[in-house]
Design a protein around this ligand. Structure first.
Ligand code: HEC
Length: 158
């Protein structure tokens, strides 16, 4: 018969390395917390999450591009896959040179800065009475800020 003698425990009290680790963790945490208080840490960014266009900021062409695809019906479904025009639908390239459509010359002459946004919106008094030739008034779908983003995107097209 074997007699089991209990192994004498040598782990009484906190070992020095554990103490050291605890102090270290508190130090690092403290430094991080302190830097937070002085506002040095950048805000956490969630990768892949697209921030909404900041109100008051410059219109974001990337947001505008997404909106041209989300539009019901999408801009490309009439204006062509690259928005370069198809059939009777005018090209949206080179929009800064003014409208292709005769129908829009007067609007562009009266509102050289924002005729594109006014036309896309189509719900404001400026475009009242204009024949839209089937193009929806997107002011019912999009806010003025979203339409500005769409215009910013169109202006990036070659
Ligand atoms: C259902 C078809 C249709 C859809 C969808 C459509 N359009 Fe149009 N768009 C037209 C037609 C037709 C014209 C020409 C109107 C005219 O001759 O007065 C036009 C004209 C334009 C013009 C003026 C072009 C020029 O140089 O004369 C712009 C800018 C424009 N569309 C932007 C857009 C944008 C941006 C979208 C998406 C948000 C869009 N369109 C979606 C049919 C469409």
């Amino acid at each position: 018969m074997t007699v089991h003698t209990p192994i004498e425990s040598s782990s009484r009290g906190v070992p020095p390395w554990a103490l050291g680790l605890t102090v270290f963790v508190f130090l690092v945490g403290g430094v991080y917390f302190a830097s937070n208080l002085v506002g040095e840490n950048p805000p956490f960014a969630i990768p892949g999450a697209s921030a909404p266009a900041p109100s008051g900021g410059a219109p974001d062409p990337a947001v505008g591009q997404a909106l041209t695809e989300q539009a019901q019906p999408s801009c490309a479904s009439c204006h062509g896959a690259d928005l370069g025009g198809q059939a009777s639908f005018p090209s949206l390239l080179g929009i800064d040179d003014g409208p292709v459509s005769e129908n829009l010359q007067q609007l562009a002459a009266d509102h050289p800065e924002d005729w594109v946004a006014l036309w896309i919106d189509g719900t404001t008094p400026e475009t009242e009475g204009l024949n839209r030739f089937g193009m929806p008034a997107f002011g019912e779908q999009f806010s003025p800020e979203q339409i500005d983003a769409i215009v910013a995107y169109l202006q990036t097209l070659p």
